[in-house]
Design a protein around this ligand. Structure first.
Ligand code: TXA
Ligand code: MG
Length: 310
C-alpha cells in the first residue's frame, strides 16, 4: 500500500515498520530506537536472529556516535562513496547499537543510501535499520509491487519508483590490516583502488574461521523455479534467462536479463526477472552463464549461483 513521506515518518516514529526505497533494493525499515519494531522485522521476514542488520544514516557526522574506532581509510571511503551503495562494517559503540541489530557481534554495518525520499526520511526519523524488503531467502524487491507480493497489498510502502542499481550494496570490513570485501555488490572491488591504493580481496572467513558476513551463509535470492546454470545450452529446450542480441534456439522461450553490453542494466533487471519466473509459475529455467567474469558481472554471477543453489 502506497504511503506518503509524512505517513512513513509517523509510522517509523511510532514504532511500526515500513518498506522504503533505496538506490539498490527496497529496505524494510524500523527506527534504531524502536526495539519491538526491530524484532518485528526479523519475524516478518522469517530472518534468523543471528543475521545482523545494516544501520542506514543521513550523514557521516552521525556515524561517529555509533562507532568506537574508525579504521584507516574510513573517511576517504565514506567521502568517495556515500551516499551510495557501499556498506562499512565497523567496530561499534556497544551501548548505542542494540544487540539484536548486530546479532551480538562487536561490529555493526553502516551505510548512507542514495535515494532522495529515504534521505529525507532519515533526516526526519533518525537512523533506520533495514534489511532488504523480501521474505528471507527470496529474491530482493526492486519495486513496490515486489514488496507487496511478499508482504501483502496492505503492507505500507513508500514508493520511490524502481531501484536504479538493482543489486545490494558492496560490504567492506577492515581486518588483517586492510579492507576486505565480505559481500559482493553494486560496486566492484576495483572501484576502491583509487581510494585505498589497493584492490580489496574477497574474504569469507575470519582468522578464527567464523563467517565475516553471516547473511552470506543462508539460502538467498532464490525463486521457486529450479535454475539450471551453465555456459552451454546443450539439448535443453524451454525457458531461457538470456541476453538480448544473442541467438538461442527457436524451441526456447527467452526471458531477457538485458544486454551483454551493459552489466548495469542486467543488475537492474535481475531480481525482477527471477520474480517473474514465480509469477508465471515456471518450474525450470536455464540460465545463460556465458558472460564476462569481471566487475559488476561477478556480483551478478554470485547472485545467480546463490539463487540456483538447492
Ligand atoms: O543495499 C543494501 O545493502 C540493502 C539496502 C536495503 O540498503 N540492504 C541489505 O540488507 O542488503 P540485508 O539485511 O539483506 O543484508 C545485509 C547483510 C547481511 O548479509 C548481514 O549478514 C550483513 O549485511 N551484516 C550486517 N551487519 C554485519 C556485521 N556487523 N558484520 C558482518 N556482516 C554484517
Ligand atoms: Mg537481503
Amino acid at each position: 500500500m502506497k504511503i506518503s513521506l509524512i505517513e512513513a515518518t509517523q509510522l517509523l516514529k511510532n514504532g511500526c515498520v515500513a518498506a522504503v526505497p533505496t538506490e539498490t533494493v527496497y529496505g524494510m525499515a524500523a527506527s534504531l530506537t524502536q526495539l519491538s519494531a526491530i524484532d518485528q522485522i526479523f519475524r516478518l521476514k522469517g530472518r534468523p536472529s543471528n543475521n545482523p542488520l545494516i544501520i542506514h544514516l543521513a550523514s557521516f557526522y552521525q556515524l561517529t556516535e555509533y562507532v568506537s574506532v574508525l579504521p584507516e581509510g574510513t573517511e576517504r571511503l565514506a567521502h568517495s562513496f556515500w551516499p551510495g551503495p557501499l556498506t562499512l562494517v565497523l567496530p561499534c559503540n556497544l551501548e548505542r547499537v542494540p544487540s539484536q541489530v548486530r546479532a551480538g557481534l562487536p561490529t555493526a554495518a553502516f551505510r548512507i543510501p542514495n535515494h532522495p525520499l529515504t534521505l529525507e526520511l532519515l533526516h526526519a526519523v533518525g537512523p533506520l535499520v533495514m534489511p532488504s524488503a523480501n521474505l528471507s531467502g527470496r529474491p530482493s524487491a526492486t519495486c513496490r509491487k515486489h514488496v507487496e507480493t511478499d508482504f501483502g497489498q496492505d503492507f505500507p510502502v513508500l514508493d520511490g519508483g524502481c531501484c536504479s542499481v538493482g543489486v545490494e550494496s558492496t560490504i567492506l570490513y577492515f581486518g588483517n590490516g586492510g579492507w576486505q570485501v565480505i559481500r559482493l555488490g553494486a560496486l566492484p572491488a576495483e572501484a576502491f583502488a583509487p581510494i585505498l591504493g589497493y584492490v580489496p580481496d574477497l574474504a569469507i572467513f575470519s582468522k578464527e574461521r567464523s563467517p565475516l558476513c553471516p547473511g552470506q551463509f543462508y539460502r538467498h535470492y532464490a525463486p521457486k523455479a529450479k535454475l539450471l546454470l551453465s555456459e552451454e545450452l546443450g539439448s535443453y529446450s524451454g525457458i531461457v534467462l538470456g541476453f538480448s542480441g544473442r541467438e538461442y534456439p527457436v524451441s526456447c522461450r527467452v526471458i531477457s536479463l538485458g544486454s551483454l553490453d551493459s552489466s548495469e542494466t542486467v543488475a537492474e533487471n535481475l531480481y525482477g526477472v527471477l520474480r517473474q519466473l514465480d509469477q508465471e509459475h515456471i518450474e525450470t529455467a536455464w540460465v545463460d552463464m556465458d558472460f564476462p567474469k569481471q566487475g559488476l558481472w561477478l556480483t551478478i554471477e554470485e547472485r545467480l549461483r546463490k539463487a540456483g543453489a538447492s
